[in-house]
Design a protein around this ligand. Structure first.
Ligand code: IPM
Ligand code: MG
Length: 405
């Protein structure tokens, strides 16, 4: 079997995982896999399938998660709740109170995707996307980790030349609860010419920059020790402060090499020579754009997972792809990004590294055995659907390996 994904070996452990020294212990000893004296670790996971291909990829990831957990001697209680368009249809709002409450009360949240044509013209407060933003804000998950590694098995799926894509292994650390996504004032108005205007505010406070910078430095330190901060400090005041604070925080991390890059140049460098990047830290909107760009280096956006973490409380784990309404319900979706998000959930959200490694190794093994969904298909491989590739990942999780407790 191939080695586990790069992101696994060099990632950071957020505060709330470190402080969670003893995982939740279930009051009753109910597992048949453990001896009578060993309490079972039990985690509550809120599943938010959402819209489009969300339900398909979540079903597959849930099975994988359940098996990896049981092989490592722990159990899950899953609670499925509506969010996005599904919630709008059911309750009239994109993030029902019950969904938020369940999410807050769980150990981690796994989300599929949100959005679809049906709700595209809705007013802002009734858009599926608004539900996701409300969820991120309410959970205070300000640090969004988006790893992008080119797997040797998929190097031919990249749109870049093999010599450019091969060996790329980078991490985008995106600020997730500030900037222009949340800044005020915002809205619609009428200008002095009587014309309708729409406006938003890009705003960052020092504490918001400092905390994301520290996470980025910690992340870089556990990778190859290089951090590139991306901004638009030649034009935007918010970026000028960003650069100043990141430079100040750098003095706490003398072992990490810090560089700064303007976002337009970064967008160009990512396709020109992506191997120059190790860890990238950037604001909310630049991170949104650059992580989509980085995903294409790896072959498909259908491969990229993400973890959104705060200082306290459960993390939110989701593939970075959208709801892909054009292929929804056709069993064509690639569930690997969600499966890898489940691995991030185990590692960053629950501190269950061994179970995470089982999943990452199984994904690589499945690819090694030639199974591909349409988005990553190349000649000579076996084209399969969402469910089938999920079943193959389940097969690749080696049940013969003894349970490690
Ligand atoms: C992402 C998505 C979201 C974002 C949308 C769906 C609100 O594009 O997670 O990258 O812009 O953050
Ligand atoms: Mg995006």
């Amino acid at each position: 079997m191939a080695a586990s994904l790069q992101l696994n070996a060099r990632s950071f452990t957020p505060h709330h995982v470190q402080s969670k020294s003893s995982p939740k212990i279930a009051p009753k000893f109910s597992s048949i896999r453990c001896s009578a004296t060993t309490p079972v670790r039990r985690y509550t996971i809120t599943l938010l399938p959402g819209d489009g291909i969300g339900p398909e990829v979540i079903t597959v990831a849930k099975n994988v998660l359940q098996l990896a957990g049981s092989l490592e001697g722990f159990e899950f209680g899953f609670k499925e709740m509506p969010v996005g368009g599904a919630a709008l249809d059911l309750t009239g709002v994109p993030l029902p109170e019950e969904t938020l409450l369940a999410a807050k009360q769980s150990d981690a949240i796994l989300l599929g995707a949100i959005g679809g044509y049906k709700w595209d013209t809705n007013e802002k407060h009734l858009k599926p996307e608004t539900g996701l933003l409300q969820l991120r804000e309410a959970l205070k998950v300000f640090a969004n980790l988006r790893p992008a590694s080119v797997l040797p098995q998929l190097v031919d799926a990249s749109t870049l030349k093999k010599e450019v894509a091969e060996g790329v292994d980078l991490m985008v650390v995106r600020e997730l609860t500030g900037g222009i996504y949340f800044g005020k004032p915002r809205g619609f108005s009428i200008n002095e010419n009587g014309e309708e205007i729409g406006f938003n505010t890009e705003v960052y406070a020092t504490y918001e920059i400092d905390r994301i910078a520290r996470i980025a430095f910690e992340t870089a330190r556990k990778r190859r020790g290089k951090l590139c901060s991306v901004d638009k400090a030649n034009v935007l005041e918010a970026s000028m402060l960003w650069r100043k604070r990141v430079t100040t925080i750098a003095s706490e991390y003398p072992d990490v090499e810090l560089t700064h890059m303007y976002v337009d140049n970064a967008a160009m460098q990512l396709v020109r020579n992506p191997k120059q990047f190790d860890t990238i830290v950037t604001n909310n909107i630049f991170g949104d754009i650059l992580s989509d760009e980085a995903s294409m280096i790896t072959g498909s956006i259908g491969m990229l997972p993400s973890a959104s973490l705060g200082e306290l409380g459960p993390g939110l784990f989701e593939p970075i792809h959208g709801s892909a309404p054009d292929i929804a319900g056709q069993d064509k979706a690639n569930p690997l990004a969600t499966i890898l998000s489940a691995a991030m959930l185990l590692k960053y959200g629950l501190g269950e590294e061994k179970a995470a490694r089982r999943i990452e190794t199984a994904v690589l093994d499945t690819l090694n055995r030639g199974f591909r969904t349409g988005d990553i298909y190349s000649e000579g491989n076996k084209l399969v659907g969402c469910q089938e590739i999920g079943q193959e990942v389940v097969k690749s999780i080696d049940p013969k390996v003894p349970i490690a407790i």
